[in-house]
Design a protein around this ligand. Sequence first.
Ligand code: SF4
Length: 368
Amino acid sequence: MINLLDFDHDALTALFAERGEKPFRARQTLRWIHRRLVDRVEAMSDLAKSTRETLARDAEIHAPAVVRDSVATDGTRKWLLDVGGANAIETVYIPEDDRGTLCVSSQAGCALDCAFCSTGKQGFNRNLSVAEIIGQLWHANRALLADGVTTPWVEQGRHPITNVVMMGMGEPLANFDNVVAAMRIMLDDDAYGLSRRRVTLSTSGLVPAIDRLSEACPVALAVSLHAPDDALRDALVPINRKYPLSSLLAACVRYIERAPRDFVTFEYVMLDRVNDAPEQAHRLVALVRDVPCKFNLIPFNPFPNTEFRTSSRNRIVAFQHVLQEAGLVATVRRTRGEDIDAACGQLAGQVQDKTRRRAHRIHAVAAS
Ligand code: SF4
């Protein structure tokens, strides 16, 4: 069976062309699936009966099945989704007064093995298909509407999800083609119609792929920085050994020329006594002086068997203060969904502790 969630506009046009159908059938079909969120070909009532019948024979609309659905006291909702082969992925909905954000996964597991990351500890299983990526958005909108979510924009007939962050499990740029196809569906006016500013891709720093993204689908860019120098970043974010800070920051500057926003967001997870000293904040200021940017300081969300601790409130505020004094915008991310383990990878990652020895090494680098 063909899964129609796998098809962006161009792929659907090609599918219909192969079958001798008119190109506008692609737009009609996209609207049924992604605007009206139907789950059956038979429901597409403005498609010619013969088209529907042919399509229904070998095509379906199929998102990953829900294994667990948890809602936190603050309204954050997390779905654990089955993607087969004993793999599960996570999708998190974060409601705010003026938006509904969905954090979307791009891979089952991740090969990049960042030291502080629960997903990284699971190792890499496989890339998600387009259907499994866009299916997260399709499913979340449907589930929220079915549960009667009320927001001003839903009352105006829009979907509950207004923003997407490609920040869930996996490195999105390591699954480039499928992530770009899924993001094109997010941006398509006949599908979700999100603006490029409302779709953010977060990368740990695959430099050549950042350049490719600026050509293929420039959306807002977030970069996981986490350290003010190569020695510490090599230990925390191992891909840094291949693409060190100088090449990463140069790629950010190039990206901004085509990006929908005139800055890059740097994410910086606050690890107690590892990367959170005021002196490290000063080095960070010097490091990014030529990059238009904002900082998002993320209190570390501990998971079983990690050796890292969350920075104290005082250390986070002191760090933030140094950045702000230097004229940088630096916000501290509000911790959401703590009672349902909403940080990336925490539900799917029932894994062994493989990081103990390495964490000791990182503390040694930080202290040197
Ligand atoms: S932080 Fe992102 S890139 Fe690093 S291991 Fe975790 S999922 Fe992969």
